[in-house]
Design a protein around this ligand. Structure first.
Ligand code: 16G
Length: 245
């Protein structure tokens, strides 16, 4: 109900319920707090569970809450960051939003490329690579976990400032990222990654698999980045190909 004990009168019923949940419930809860169950909300508002489900779906699409299968609905963290189609680094994305980027290096080592990595980097199996795993933070909040392979020739481990922008350092050595092939998929996080990202066990994430190359077509990285689904959305512009119709 609204503060006056009534439901607002305009819009679809589920939209009105979403408004009330947002105003009277979410504003009084903390990020990651659990919401009452679907049945409790239906009883409280005197509506069907289907209406409650539609209201929750609206709030999910606005990034205000998130669902964990078999567990419940939780309050979303903060503002959802929309990543545009432009090729940018994590550092650039955060600075553009007025947030302070930082990194916690989880592992950095020289490895020999195995099948999958060699294939993605288009190098021979056994080629020396630099493997970097970093937790990326914005104003101290964990946002993403990166797992990146670079050909060692492009980014040798020695002399690299791992906590700083790797794209900047690549650009400084003449290997600026110019184009990326990306695939975005959804996963349920394993417990270790959920803990690093400070989200409840079983939370969802967006996984972006990216292979980046320079303007001259040299492949410089194969990255798999896990983005918190409660903090990130991806935006793409699509256009009809000429002559398609
Ligand atoms: C982003 C990139 C990742 C790159 C990193 C460099 C996506 C999907 N991934 O996380 O591939 O390695 O930025 O960031 O955008 P940095 O220059 O801040 O180190």
């Amino acid at each position: 109900m609204g503060r006056d004990g009534r439901l607002p009168t305009s819009g679809f019923k589920y939209e009105r319920i979403a408004d009330v949940i947002r105003r009277d419930m979410l504003d009084n809860l903390l990020p990651n707090d659990i919401l009452p169950s679907e049945r409790e909300l239906a009883d409280q508002f005197g509506v069907s569970r289907m209406t409650v489900r539609a209201a929750i779906a609206t709030l999910v699409s606005q990034g205000r809450v998130y669902n964990i299968q078999g567990s419940g609905t939780y309050v979303g963290s903060k503002e959802v960051l929309t990543k545009s189609g432009a090729l940018t680094s994590f550092t650039e994305d955060m600075v553009a939003r007025g947030l302070r980027p930082s990194s916690r290096v989880i592992c950095a080592q020289r490895v020999a490329a195995t099948g999958m990595i060699a294939h993605r980097l288009a190098v021979e199996v056994g080629t020396a690579c630099t493997h970097v795993r970093r937790l990326r933070l914005a104003d101290e909040d964990p946002m993403a976990l990166e797992n990146v392979y670079f050909p060692a020739e492009v980014l040798p481990l020695e002399g690299v400032k791992l906590a700083e922008s790797l794209y900047d350092q690549l650009a400084e050595s003449g290997n600026e990222a110019f184009r990326s092939e990306q695939e975005i998929s959804a996963i349920v996080l394993d417990d270790e990654t959920a803990e690093l990202l400070e989200v409840p066990e079983g939370a969802a994430a967006l996984v972006v698999t990216r292979v980046s190359s320079t303007k001259r077509g040299r492949i410089i990285e194969y990255a798999r980045t896990y983005y918190r689904a409660d903090r990130y959305s991806f935006m793409t512009t699509v256009e009809r190909e000429s002559g398609e119709r």
